[in-house]
Ligand binder design. Sequence first.
Ligand code: DC
Length: 259
Amino acid sequence: MSDDGYRLIRPTKPPRQQASYISYILAMTQKIPVITIDGPSGVGKGTVMLRLAHFLGWHTLDSGAIYRVLALAALKHQIALDDVAGLVKLAAELDVVFQAAPDLSGVQVILEKTDVTSTLRTEATGEAASQVAVIPEVRAALLQRQRDFQQAPGLVADGRDMGTVVFPEAALKIFLTASAEERAKRRYKQLKEKGIDANLTNLVKEISTRDQRDRERATAPLKPAADATQIDTTELSIDAVMAQLMTLVATHLDAVATD
Ligand code: DC
């Protein structure tokens, strides 16, 4: 795949006439579509991404997991979360594999041959990830790793800067929002269901602190792309969000196909 996200299938015998040669090249050049889903923590991006990717038969990118795994690797190797040179080196060499869980229940994350899937999702890891994500050099070091997920037939990517920085040419950009209280409630419910003890007041505080850092950082802050469609999910069930998305997907992908 070329740098700009186009997959070029080389013609075996280029036609002689220039006009037909151009249409021939256009037909042979297939853009791999991307749908971006950005928004703050706990807004339901992950669930929406998985459902959409499953429906379309596309690949997924959980970009937050990449920042989380880098933070975990830093803690493991005792690299401080503000050690720019140490983190950049770690990011360049990060030995991480994302693979389907054996029971196909989701994605397993293997860091340096160890399964870190459960540690990855804790609030503490999210907080550490948000700290390393502030550093522009770290973001730059992780950029290509994220773009490499753009594989045929298509990609659904979730994060904070998918539509603004990583995939600015995405076919469809969604920005999900919900109040911090609602997001904390959802997280509380998830934790309780897993039998993990949680405190709702603390969760609201943690979520608000992380949001503020993600929104106010200088590089690739959490914000909707100018051409993103915003959906406030505070009062919506996941099925209601999916219904809105399916309508958007139908119109936007049709436009991509006939571009
Ligand atoms: O989506 P998440 O909660 O797994 O993300 C963890 C942190 O990683 C988040 O607080 C900020 C950072 N992050 C980022 O800066 N850019 C992204 N595209 C995704 C996550």
